[in-house]
Design a protein around this ligand. Structure first.
Ligand SMILES: C[S@@+](CC[C@H](N)C(=O)[O-])C[C@H]1O[C@@H](n2cnc3c(N)ncnc32)[C@H](O)[C@@H]1O
Length: 207
């Protein structure tokens, strides 16, 4: 099943099924970005808008891009605000956003579905204003190495989604190629003892 179709099927349960990764990502987004204020935010793979509503508390305007119409329908039902717009778009294509537009681009739990990281970082660089930030939060590659990946339950059993493993160095090198400066990197664990593999990794890059 294509990634787009899989998310169309997942949309109904995405906000409500048990999902530690989704929940931790929200916490990471808030902890990392609360100290900033933004004018224009571009949210890549906004999905059901789980982070969009919160982003409005630090931003004047948010544009959410996603290629799953069903995920976007959920987001549009939840968030009805003139400061937010949702657009159907495939991130693998050039983004129909003017250059030097955003002072923040966010991407949560989306890049594991994108093969060509260089394309994403190069588009992000073009769409960011000078000094703009690119926030990325993803399933930690250690989790990929140990066999974890995005999946959900259906009546016919577990549906696993197509994913690509990006190593920590892949993110850093893709950013470096585009002259984006790494200003923060952090690993995030389920428990305070940090004895298990980190669940998520987050980065903040600056143009
Ligand atoms: C795991 S969900 C994350 C949604 C949201 N960011 C969150 O944290 O809850 C991944 C999202 O990325 C979107 N996505 C994956 N590949 C995409 C692509 N090539 N173009 C646009 N959206 C994509 C999916 O449709 C899905 O909504």
């Amino acid at each position: 099943m294509s990634i787009e179709k899989a998310y169309n099927s997942w949309a109904d349960q995405y906000d409500t099924n048990k999902n530690l990764t989704r929940d931790l990502d929200k916490q990471v987004t808030i902890e990392t970005l609360s100290k900033y204020r933004f004018e224009q935010v571009l949210e890549l793979g906004c999905g059901t808008g789980k982070n969009t509503q919160w982003l409005l508390s630090v931003a004047a305007n948010v544009i959410g891009l996603d290629f799953s119409q069903e995920m976007l329908n959920k987001a549009e039902t939840k968030i009805n605000d003139d400061c937010v717009s949702f657009r159907k778009a495939d991130l693998n294509l050039p983004w129909e956003i003017e250059n030097d537009f955003a002072d923040l681009i966010t991407s949560s739990l989306t890049l594991e579905h994108i093969k060509d990281l260089e394309h994403i970082f190069s588009q992000a660089k073009d769409k960011l204003k000078p000094s703009g930030l690119f926030f990325v939060c993803e399933l930690h590659p250690f989790k990929h190495y140990s066999g974890s990946q995005a999946k959900f339950e259906t009546e016919d059993g577990t549906q696993e989604l197509e994913v690509y493993t990006h190593h920590i160095s892949d993110y850093i090198n893709a950013a470096k190629e585009c002259n984006l400066e790494l200003i923060e990197v952090k690993e995030w664990f389920d428990g305070e003892t940090q004895i298990e593999l980190p669940r998520l990794v987050s980065f903040v890059f600056r143009k």
